[in-house]
Structures are given as C-alpha cells and as structure tokens.
Ligand binder design. Structure first.
Ligand SMILES: [Zn+2]
Length: 452
C-alpha cells in the first residue's frame, strides 16, 4: 500500500540487530501499573522492548541511542482497541496514527493471520493483532463466512481447526443452540481457547457466565436479564434496545457483581450505536475531518444513501431505540466499575462512521462520561486489556521487559482522557514515529483517495 519511504527506512533500521537504542529522557511516566505520575524518568528501548527505566539521573544512555526530549511530556502505554472488525489494510495505519498499538479482532480470517505475520516481521506498519477465528454460529449463520456448528460432537473439531490455523480465541454467535454452545465451551476449555463474544439467543447471560465465557461484547444479554419482572429470553436487536429503557438498576448491579465474581470481562462498545445516523446527521458524520483518511470503498458501505449500507434499510425507530439505550448502558458500565468487574475499551470499529483509531478516543470519553476516572478509562485500554488477554507481562504497562508500545503526550492523560490524543509521537514495538510523520502519511493517503 501507500507506505512512506521513511516508514520503510524506520522498519529496516529497527529490524536490523544493530538498531540504535531509543532513549526518552526526563519524561513524566504514566506507567498505568497504578494511578501515579513519576517525574523526570528516562526510558531506554532496544530491539522492541523497554530495557531500562528509572530516575533520569540513574539511567545511563548509550552514546549511539537516539535521544528524544521528554521534558514537559507524558509517556504512557499504547492503547488497545479491544473490539475491531478490520478488513481494510488502510485501517492498520489509522490505528497506529492514533496511538492504538494493539487490537482484538472479532471476526477472523486468514487475511488477519497474514497481516499479523507481516507486522511482526516489520514489513507492514500496524498494531499487534489478536484475532478470533471465523465466527461460530448456528445454521443458517447471521453472517456469511461464519463456521456453522450444529452437531455438538463437531465442537472439538471446530476448535482444533481454529487453533491449528493460529487464531487466539473463539467467537460464539447468536444462532448457536444451547447444546452446541455448551460443547464449544467444553472443547475450548480443553484446548485452551477462550470464548469471547455474544450471548446466543438460545441462552441467557447467566448460562454463558456459568459456562465460563471470558468476555461479553456490547453488554449483550444484559437488558433481557435485568427486566423488572424477571429475566426474559434473548431479544432481537431492536427489541433489545427498547428493553434497556425498562431495566431494573438493582438487577444491573447484581449482574455486575456476578461478572466480578466470575472474572468475566465486558467490552461495552458504546460508540458504535452513537454513530447510527441517517439524513443530515449522517451527512455531518461523513463531513468530519477523519473521514478523509477512510477509503472511498469503506465510506460506500457506511453512507446510508447507498444501498450497500445496512443503515439504508434500518427503520428510524431502531436508530432511536439504539440512541435511547445509551444512558442505561452507561449506568451498567458504572455499576461494573463499582463492582470491580473487568472492563475493556473497544469500539466495534468497521461499523458505519466508527473510524479506526479516532473512534477509540471517543470511546474513552464515553467511559469517562459513564463515571470512570481517567485512570480507570485508560486502564480498560492498557493494563486491564493485557490482563484480559493473559499478557500482563508483555504489554499494557510501562516496565522493564515490556514491549515498547508507548505514546508521548503533551498533557497529562490522568487529568483528562482527551489528553491521550495530544501526541508528540508513537513508539510502536520500539520504532519511533513522530507525530509529524504520522500526519504526513495520513495526508498523503487522503490526497490519494481524493484523486480516485
Ligand atoms: Zn463487533
């Protein structure tokens, strides 16, 4: 694709064993291990890892190191978008340009395994990718390309195939039967692949908690379980949105406690339904500055005036119900925080107007507006995201030995989550990308799209 030659140079330089070290000096460190700022630190990076970190006076910087002045700057871990649907290679760069250094991809395909190889080899600039295998659904599946699991006996084979292919986790979906789902949960447990996904229509949220599902996406299944008259069966999308209007908050609180006890994570993805729009509202979204960096093909899938867009046939009532569900979902997020349950920062990017990278900063604002402190909101996309993936000793915090995925900022992100977008540059697996380089590459892409 449209890689800047300077990006290629950076790749070749750091891929070579003799790559110069990188030193960020005299910076205020936001390690994310706890809510604290450590003044006047120097961080040393070599071969993609943090090799030293401490008071600036105590860290000796090798002569050959590239030095970056960190005075009056803040250094925090790179962000993770924990719910993405990335199908367009262009989006990989948009993540990086927004400080998103890790993504969890929720509908996997060999395409993603190929990108992951190229990214790790330094041939492609993109975030570290965790990916589900193809969605596992009943028959007929909701989405083409899903794996159909009908016979419970087949679950073992489905898991074996996805594991052998290199996928990281399993994504159960809406039309699985209860028997098929249970068999999948058992097979996943036996073979070490976790279930992360939706609540199938044949089950309740309590069933999936019982089965040990590791994450629940979009607060799926919550509204049904929290109805005042007692739990009701899983609803289709529009009715589910409407059901959020009548939830009993005491029941939401009890669910949040159950999640905390079970160690179940929730990825609320509030931003995706905020973007459901038609008419003038959709036109305003399409006119936003970041839309210049989205490929024309993608915009074609989003624009509700195009028949390719799922918004084109969406009834207005569904849009209104989705927007009305925002406030009760925010209450659920706050209750999860109060209960000490695991929360993940994620967007459902790839859906209309949810632009790679840019949207993650909107979701940070959503989590803060729900009542999380800036530290808590940022943790959902750094330290806790890594914990959820069983990778706490690999990424998500700044410490010696961690992968060097970092954001250098002009303002304190613990004072306001919006400051996480005020970048001086991004360190991606040890490579430094100055903000000007990132912006220049974005502009180059925008001009190429405009010329089409
Ligand atoms: Zn999704």
């Amino acid at each position: 694709m449209l890689l800047l030659s300077l990006l290629l140079c950076a790749v070749q330089e750091t891929a070579a064993p003799a790559a110069p070290a990188l030193a960020i000096e005299h910076v205020t460190l936001v390690s994310m291990e706890r809510e604290e700022l450590l003044a006047d630190r120097t961080v040393l990076v070599r071969d993609g890892r943090i090799t030293a970190l401490g008071p600036a006076a105590e860290v000796s910087v090798p002569a050959e190191a590239r030095r970056i002045d960190g005075r009056d700057r803040f250094l925090m871990p790179g962000l993770a978008d924990m719910h993405v649907h990335v199908w367009d290679e262009n989006d990989l760069f948009l993540f990086v340009a927004n400080g998103v250094t890790t993504v969890r991809n929720m509908f996997g395909d060999p395409l993603h395994l190929g990108w992951r190889r190229r990214i790790e080899a330094g041939e492609l600039v993109g975030p570290r990718i965790y990916t589900a295998g193809p969605i596992i659904d009943g028959r007929p599946p909701v989405w083409p390309g899903s794996v159909e699991l009908v016979e419970p006996d087949e679950a073992k084979n489905v898991v074996r195939e996805q594991k052998a292919a290199g996928y990281d986790f399993l994504k159960p979906y809406a039309k699985l039967s209860a028997e098929a789902y249970e068999a999948l949960a058992v097979a996943g447990e036996e073979q070490g692949l976790r279930l992360m996904g939706h609540v199938p229509g044949a089950l309740t949220i309590h069933d999936v908690l019982e089965a040990g599902q590791h994450t629940i996406e979009h607060l799926d299944g919550w509204a049904e379980a929290a109805q005042p008259g007692g739990g009701i069966r899983q609803l289709g999308f529009e009715l589910e949105s409407a059901a959020w209007g009548t939830v009993d908050d005491a029941k939401l609180g009890a669910l949040a406690k159950a999640m905390a006890e079970r160690g179940t994570w929730n990825c609320p993805t509030l931003v995706v339904l905020q973007k459901w729009a038609k008419g003038a509202e959709a036109a305003a979204l399409l006119a936003r500055p970041e839309m210049r960096y989205v490929t024309p093909a993608m915009k074609g899938f989003w624009d509700p005036t195009s028949p390719q867009s799922y918004l084109s046939t969406m009834p207005d009532a569904a849009l209104e119900a989705a927007h009305a569900a925002h406030a009760p979902k925010q209450r659920a997020v706050r209750l999860l925080r109060d209960a000490g349950a695991g929360l993940l920062l994620g967007t459902d990017m790839g859906n209309p107007f949810v632009v790679a990278g840019f949207s993650l900063h909107e979701e940070l604002v959503n989590l803060a507006a729900a009542g999380l402190s800036p530290y808590e909101a940022l943790r959902a996309g750094t330290r806790d995201a890594a914990r959820c993936m069983g990778a706490s000793d690999e990424w998500g915090t700044l410490a010696v030995g961690q992968r060097a995925d970092m954001l250098l900022l002009t303002a304190n992100p613990l004072a306001d989550v919006r400051n996480a977008a005020r970048r001086v540059g991004v360190v991606l697996h040890g490579r430094w990308f100055a903000e000007e380089e990132l912006r220049a590459e974005l502009e180059k892409r925008a001009h190429a799209f405009e010329a089409r």
